[in-house]
Design a binder for this molecule. Structure first.
Ligand SMILES: NC(=O)c1ccc[n+]([C@@H]2O[C@H](COP(=O)([O-])OP(=O)(O)OC[C@H]3O[C@@H](n4cnc5c(N)ncnc54)[C@H](OP(=O)(O)O)[C@@H]3O)[C@@H](O)[C@H]2O)c1
Length: 237
């Protein structure tokens, strides 16, 4: 049984919530973070009262993230895995330059790129107590690949994911000689997390298990590609 933190877990149809379900079903002790109350997560806690801990954490706020890390430390001696899943995109994200308010980019970067590293920094003392190789997985996106960029929109979302990739690689360099901490980022695939859009081929609950297994396969791999797809292959930065 490991201690797992998943961020951004309040929406029952989205990836974070379904990762929480999969880790619980696998027997792990799960810390699920939300920024506002979630009925769905509350109902899940009724089902798993001993192993599901709900943390309130706004990843755009350093005090909020630090407080959540303190709350987790009061409940568990270590953290073995962090899945930085929470992200944001403005309601203008599909717009192109003339119809996009550029002042929306910096707040998105603060959430989607700086947020995961804020979480890593605040939870580092707990990660350091892990008895296995502590793993940090940053959920990125193909939209953050500069090499494969083809869009003319996603000015906020694409930028925050590209910045997340850069911060992930910088952290990989920082922890390179530390055999007890591993970190990579992943493009999780196109998942049906918008109930109004049935085009996405991957179903959240089913796909959460694929990702859970991938993360375990890669836990001890510190030398392979640092930006991978959900099939484990390298994706271009
Ligand atoms: N769905 C896909 O096809 C796809 C494709 C590529 C990559 N991804 C990535 O996979 C991950 C999950 O995707 P998804 O579609 O399931 O995401 P989602 O439905 O957009 O959920 C994002 C979560 O992040 C939370 N969040 C937003 N701002 C936050 C903040 N400041 N602090 C804390 N939490 C915050 C949201 O909370 P609230 O519920 O309170 O708003 C929400 O629970 C994301 O990183 C996404 O970029 C998804």
């Amino acid at each position: 049984m490991q201690n797992v933190l998943v961020t951004g877990t309040g929406r029952p149809y989205a990836l974070g919530f379904n990762l929480v379900r999969r880790y619980l079903e696998h027997g792990d002790n799960v810390f699920a973070s939300i920024r506002r109350p979630s009925e769905a997560l509350e109902a899940l806690r009724q089902e798993w009262p001993d192993r599901l801990h709900i943390l309130t954490m706004d990843i755009s706020s350093t005090p909020s993230v630090n407080a959540a890390a303190q709350a987790a430390a009061a409940l568990a001696p270590c953290m073995d895995l962090i899945v930085n899943n929470a992200t944001t995109a403005s309601d203008q994200t599909l717009n192109e330059l003339p119809d996009f308010d550029l002042d929306l980019v910096a707040p998105a970067v603060n959430v989607g790129a700086v947020g995961p590293i804020r979480v890593l920094k605040a939870f580092l003392p707990l990660l350091r107590q892990s008895e296995t190789v502590a793993l940090v997985v940053n959920i990125s996106s193909e939209a953050g690949s500069i090499g494969r960029c083809y869009r003319t929109n996603y000015l906020d979302y694409g930028t925050e994911k590209a910045a997340l990739n850069m911060l992930t690689m910088t952290m990989c360099n920082y922890f390179r000689d530390d055999p007890r901490l591993n970190i990579f980022c992943v493009h999780p695939g196109w998942i049906r997390t918008n109930p109004d859009d049935p085009r996405a081929p991957l179903l959240p609950y089913e796909h959460a298990e694929t990702l859970r297994q991938l993360f375990e396969q890669k836990r001890f791999d510190k030398t392979g590609p640092r930006f991978i797809t959900y099939t484990g292959e390298a994706y271009p930065w």
